[in-house]
Every structure is written in C-alpha cells, then in structure tokens.
Ligand binder design. Structure first.
Ligand SMILES: [Zn+2]
Length: 423
C-alpha cells in the first residue's frame, strides 16, 4: 500500500548517468504522458504511467491530470546567509555611478560585509529562514549556500554555522561552501596573499566542525588572480574539500581553464570564458554553473556562451546566484526563462540544468535532481500543462505543491506551518 499516488498529465524524469549530463545528452529528457508517481515511507516507490498504476493501492491519490510533476529543483550557487539589503544602490546604478565608485563610498559588497558582521547569529538565521522558505515555494528542495560576507574568521564561521542550523531545521537540504576569499577586506588592502593565508588557516576548524564541503574563491580583475586562486584551491583540495570558483565573470582571465586543470567540481559565471576555456570544459568533468540572472540584473548584453559550451560537450547547470548585490532573487523559475531567452537553451537542456546537473555541481547527484525508484521523494507539482511551459511563461511562480522526502511541505504557494518538524 502506497502512502501517496500522484497522477499527472506529464511527469518529467531527468535521468542520471551516474554523472552530470554532457553536450547533446543534455537535450535528452524522458517525459511520461499521463504519468504516475507513488510514494511510500518518504521514498519514490513507483514511476510509470497512470494505466500501469491502476492496480496499485494508495492511502491518498492526487489526481492532477492537468498538471506537471517533476523532481524538486536544485539551486547550486547561492549566497543565502547575509545581513541587510542594498535597494538604495539601485538609484545610483540608474544614474550610471560605476560599481567601483559605489564601493568607494562604502557600498557594494563592503556594505553587506558590515551588515553581516553587525547582525547576530539568531537574526541571520531568521533572515535565512525567510529566504529559504521562499526558495521552497518556488520548487527548490536542495541548494548550495556560500559564506563570504564576513571576510574575517568570526563572521565567516557565524555564516557557516547559520547555514548548518538552517540545514538541520528546514526541509531544503543545504550544501555549504566556504567563500572566505570573496573579496579583500579593508584591513588587508594590498596584501591579498596574507588574507588568503588567514582564510586557509580556518580550514581545519571548518573541517572539524563539518561546516562546509566546498571551498570557493572569487577570481576576477582587482580581486584574486588566477595564480593566487590556483594555489588557494589546491591547498583546500589537499585539506579534503571539493573546490569551486567564481571565474571569468567579467574578463577572460583564464579561471575556466585553471578550474578544469585542477579538477574543480564546478566553475561558475563564465560570461567571459575564452574559446580555449570552453573547449577545456568540454573535455573535463568540471561543471559550468551559469548565472544569467546576474548578467540580467547587472544590465549587461553579453551572456555566458551556453550554446558553445554544450556544443563542446560540457555539462551545464543553472542557478540564481541569489545575493543582495548582483542577483536579489530566489526565483529559479525566472532563471529558466532567462536560459531560454538569453542562453538559447532548449527546454530539455534547461530542465536537466536545474535538476541532474545542478545536483552533481554540489556533490548531490546520487540523491537529488533525478527521479528514480528508491530515492527520497523530493517532488514538485506544477500548475502548467507541460514541461515546455515553465521556461515560457515568465516571472511568476508556477508551483502548486512541493513534497520533501515524501512529506507535503508547500501547498498552493504557502509553506506549511509544520515544516520545521519535517526533518
Ligand atoms: Zn556568486
């Protein structure tokens, strides 16, 4: 006897190959018309057609022949935990004030660092919970969360501890990344190497307390060079962490190539990736995590070369880059719209990029992102007629219900009040 049987007009069944999908594989997406998914004890116990499910008994049957069912979405690149917000900078941006000038006035990342340092652990937790609830209502059931707004030992640890507590108490599974090397703080101005040493000295306590699985660095003109990033990430790798990199967001410095060389799990942004970098992605296991919401929000015309990457055989994932400066949104569905419009990705590629490939980009390919019998039942029921509809109808939330580990956590757009009891 099943606990729940969901009958849907279409079921999206992204299939893992024991690794991320690459190149033309990304355009393969299994769809079951008039499908059915059964849940028992929090686990997917049946996937098939409604006809095949006719003989099955269930305590509860949800008849949603006019809706779409998919695995829970995975958001593989967010800066979830931070203090304050930066809406006052919008007017400056409209006046054309350059980011570096905003930064010089104490704005930009420095204002978020100041606010995060000044916010208590409890208040950061409450704020994180607010954003996380919104992510859940948009269909995300697994996501990554980076530190990087402390830029000192105490605050970086505070951010990581908040993420750990959120993971323990909220239905969304959070994967933590240490991004202490996000910017150079004022007191280390002109001494980037000394600052990186300071951040590296934290790895043992982060490891001991289980506060992060990945280490990330912001490799960009005026922040950290490719060489500094390489040394830093190699040391993190030696210390047992998976590594990620913010690379080639603005200038083609060669961060993409370096990420492939050292075996980074993902290289993120990549708007300015060189042809050589794109080719190397196609030949490596490093996943390209693209963040078109950031390009959109910064008002730029040039987006990451997703088509060239897929043609080269690369594995591409998509993410919100949720953060208070360059991408203030929890809406991964809007990123799916942008991927269609600006990255020219097909609906099939887009679904694989926010499920299977996003899960592999944060080391969760074996438990999240695909729909398989025996896996935890992380499911989303969508108020749409078919899978092509989500990347098409933009700017709104199409989610009808969300199940995490078989438990209903979102219904009709609201987070259920008892969600904190669900882990
Ligand atoms: Zn980022």
């Amino acid at each position: 006897m099943l606990d729940t049987l969901i009958l849907a007009g279409q079921v999206v069944v992204p299939e893992s190959k024991g690794r991320a999908l690459r190149g033309t594989e990304m355009n393969e997406l299994k769809i079951i018309d008039n499908g059915a998914v059964g849940i028992k004890d929090g686990v997917i116990a049946f996937i098939g057609t409604a006809e095949e499910a006719e003989s099955l008994q269930a305590k509860e049957t949800i008849d949603a022949a006019d809706k779409l069912l998919s695995p829970g979405l995975v958001d593989p690149h967010t800066h979830l935990v931070f203090g304050g917000s930066r809406e006052h900078e919008l007017a400056l941006k409209q006046q054309g004030v350059p980011y570096l000038e905003i930064l010089a006035q104490g704005g930009g990342i420095h204002s978020t660092v100041k606010a995060t340092r000044e916010t208590s652990e409890e208040a950061l937790y409450e704020k994180g919970l607010f954003h996380l609830n919104r992510c859940l209502t948009y269909g995300v059931t697994t996501m990554e969360a980076k530190s990087g707004y402390g830029l000192d030992k105490e605050t970086e640890l505070k951010q990581l501890r908040v993420a750990k507590k959120l993971n323990e108490t909220h239905p969304i599974d959070l994967v933590s990344t240490f991004l202490g090397a996000h910017a150079i703080p004022e007191n280390y101005k002109g001494r980037p190497d000394a600052f990186l040493e300071e951040m590296l000295s934290m790895l043992s306590v982060i490891s001991k307390e289980g506060l992060a699985e990945f280490v990330d660095i912001f490799c960009e003109t005026g922040v950290f060079t490719v060489e500094q990033s390489k040394v830093f990430l190699q040391k993190a790798k030696t210390a047992g962490f998976g590594v990620k990199i913010h690379a080639d967001e603005i200038d083609p410095l060669g961060g993409t190539e370096m990420a492939c060389e050292i075996g980074a799990v993902s290289a993120d942004h990549l708007v300015g990736a060189s042809r050589g970098g794109v080719r190397m992605l196609g030949e490596s296991d490093t996943i390209a995590v693209l963040l078109p919401g950031t390009t959109f929000y910064l008002g730029k015309d040039q987006f990451a070369p997703a088509r060239d990457m897929i043609t080269s055989g690369a594995a591409v994932a998509l993410s919100t880059d949720f953060n208070p400066g360059s991408s203030p949104t929890e809406n991964l569905q809007f990123i799916m719209n942008l991927a269609a419009l600006k990255l020219k990705m097909t609906p099939e590629e887009i679904w694989n990029a926010v499920t299977v490939n996003a899960a592999y980009a944060i080391g969760r390919g074996d438990v999240a992102g695909s729909l398989e019998e025996g896996r935890k039942a992380d499911l989303v029921l969508w108020d749409v007629p078919n899978y092509k509809y989500v990347p098409y109808h933009y700017g709104v939330n199409h989610v009808h219900k969300v199940w995490k580990k078989g438990k209903l956590v979102v219904g009709k757009g609201d987070v259920h009040a008892n969600y904190t009891l669900s882990k």
